[in-house]
Design a protein around this ligand. Structure first.
Ligand code: HEC
Ligand code: HEC
Ligand code: HEC
Length: 482
């Protein structure tokens, strides 16, 4: 175990032993904390090597030292519990803080492991910014007894500058300079694509022959006039079969780090291989069954063969569909216009709503161009959503279904909030029918801050500014969400 970590845990154990709930505690801890620091000093200075594997960007060395010394102990799975952690009472408290800290953010994964081959994620940057700006970390009950652990002004500045620098270097998407450091970024007008593959992919996306009884195309559940969804609680597959999970929108799905609520597909191509053979969705026996039908269509086969000379294959079909899905993006929402510098694009109420969206920590998870899709979070992070909702569903397992790791239970890909007023009902379980209720639930279970009605109304008015354009026209659909 690192010395810095031992030092922090010592202060923590003392704090636990004294019991935080008692207000008089603040009179007492000095002596204990001083003793703990003395003990730590005797063990020698903490080693000052940067955290292994972290990219050496400007500011990063400084930030990695701060994070290692003041954050890692509670936000990293890579620790050994000290001997006193076995003392009843202390054990429970330490375990709870490790558990809650890790569930909020695993810095070992986010800053060290994930950062090996890509920049630190947008959600991690946004989460760090929020706790730094609001001065909530390390938790007060911990800093109260362990003064050295508080973030000082220099630490805070370093973290914020590192966040802004990382965002500018890797995630900037054309916002006006004064808005370039917003956690949300504008959608691009388009992505580079192969026009012929897009045309073929669009045909296949709308082709019912991908289903075993020729009744259902991808677009049957991801309709253009329903903002890429079906506006149903659960999707209806062939022969009136229903699954137990809500269909997310295909619009802007290209910006998701992984596909599906539980992330089981790495990208759009892998995703497109799923529904055709899913027995309760399109129900085809295998790709040969689908290919035999498509191959009877000479026009389609000619179009396909010109692009994929090897002949019909699942790989070619899903490649073309994925290429088409890259064009399902909805730029030019009023919020994007504001991000790009048009001050008149939003009303004062909508701007206030955006400010609340940030203040209530929504933008710690709903980040980037698609306003989500970047990280996997616990739907029961701050309170037991599943117990309160009742009626357990198989789909509630979330990421655990894919990774098989018990700690991934109830973790879901953060929904993308673009065009959200058109994509009801909400949540993986499709139980939420109004935006007001979605915002209320997010406050209670994900942000851990109850949101009064007035603020909810402001946030909803902001969310409605996220509706964009498709093929140059405002995206249409039934604004089912109140
Ligand atoms: C003593 C253990 C401890 C330390 C040290 C600590 N955290 Fe936390 N952190 C927690 C816990 C516990 C939570 C869950 C929220 C809560 O209970 O307040 C949390 C939550 C968070 C969150 C999510 C926001 C939230 O409120 O859920 C972020 C981001 C975070 N911590 C960042 C940091 C950073 C950055 C540092 C270092 C400056 C740090 N933490 C140091 C225990 C700790
Ligand atoms: C029967 C309705 C149905 C059909 C048909 C269907 N889907 Fe879906 N789609 C869903 C549901 C439900 C989910 C969510 C499943 C999950 O996450 O486990 C989903 C998820 C997706 C996602 C992931 C989006 C995200 O945010 O993670 C994409 C992309 C997608 N479908 C594209 C397609 C394509 C391409 C086809 C045709 C090959 C297709 N779908 C056919 C219902 C359907
Ligand atoms: C800790 C991360 C986190 C925070 C904080 C958070 N969300 Fe979410 N949000 C999620 C996840 C994860 C889901 C999907 C949950 C599920 O379906 O089980 C989601 C779903 C949603 C949905 C439903 C989207 C859909 O298509 O089904 C809306 C709307 C939403 N969030 C808005 C907000 C707002 C507004 C806030 C702030 C008050 C907020 N979120 C705070 C992670 C977060």
């Amino acid at each position: 175990m690192r010395k810095g970590t031992a030092w922090m845990l010592a202060g923590w154990a003392i704090a636990a032993a004294m019991g935080f709930a008692v207000p008089t505690l603040y009179a007492v801890p000095g002596a204990h904390a001083a003793a703990a620091e003395k003990g730590a000093a005797e063990k020698g200075p903490a080693d000052k090597q940067p955290v292994k594997g972290v990219p050496q960007m400007a500011k990063f060395r400084q930030v990695s030292e701060v994070v290692r010394d003041k954050c890692m102990a509670c936000h990293s799975r890579d620790y050994d519990l000290p001997f006193y952690a076995k003392v009843p009472g202390i054990k429970q408290m330490i375990e709870k803080d490790f558990r809650d800290g890790l569930r909020a953010m695993d810095l070992n994964v986010e800053l060290v492991d994930a950062a090996k081959d890509k920049p630190v994620g947008e959600a991690t940057i946004a989460k760090m910014e929020w706790v730094v700006l609001n001065e909530t970390m390390p938790p007060a009950k911990f800093t109260a007894v362990h003064w050295g652990s508080r973030l000082n002004a220099e630490d805070r500045k370093a973290i914020l500058e590192w966040g802004a620098g990382t965002r500018a270097a890797h995630y900037a998407a054309g916002a006006a300079p004064s808005r370039a450091n917003e956690p949300l970024q504008p959608l691009p007008a388009s992505l580079p694509t192969d026009a012929r593959k897009v045309a073929l992919g669009e045909r296949l996306f709308n082709d019912k022959r991908l289903s075993s009884d020729n009744t259902l195309a991808c677009s049957g559940c991801h309709a253009e006039d329903k903002a890429g969804t079906d506006n149903r609680r659960f999707a209806e597959g062939i022969r009136k079969q229903f699954g137990d999970i809500n269909a997310p929108t295909t619009f802007n799905a290209v910006f998701n780090t992984r596909q599906f609520w539980n992330g089981r597909a790495a990208d759009l191509q892998e995703q497109a291989g799923g529904p055709p053979l899913n027995p309760i969705e399109m129900g085809s026996r295998d790709w040969n069954e689908i290919i035999a039908k498509l191959a009877e269509d000479p026009n389609l086969t000619a179009e396909y063969s010109a692009l994929y000379p090897g002949g019909w294959s699942a790989a070619g079909i899903t490649d073309a569909i994925a290429e088409y899905e890259k064009t399902l993006i909805t730029p030019n929402s009023r919020f994007d216009k504001w991000l790009k510098g048009d001050d008149k694009a939003l009303t004062q109420a909508e701007l206030d709503g955006y400010q609340r969206f940030k203040a209530y920590r929504c933008s710690s998870c709903h980040v980037g161009k698609a306003v989500g899709g970047q990280s996997f979070e616990y739907t029961d992070l701050k309170a037991d959503y599943f117990k309160d909702r009742g009626n357990p569903l198989g789909s509630d397992a979330g990421l655990k279904d894919f990774t098989k790791k018990p700690e991934d239970m109830h973790r879901f890909k953060v929904a993308n909030l673009r065009n959200i007023e058109l994509t009801a009902p909400y949540m993986h379980d499709g139980t939420v029918t109004t935006l007001d209720d979605a915002v209320r639930i997010m406050g209670a279970y994900l942000s851990g801050m109850p949101i009064p009605e007035g603020d909810r109304a402001l946030i909803v008015s902001f969310l409605r500014t996220l509706t964009g354009e498709y093929k140059g026209k405002p995206l249409t659909g039934v604004a089912v969400a109140k």
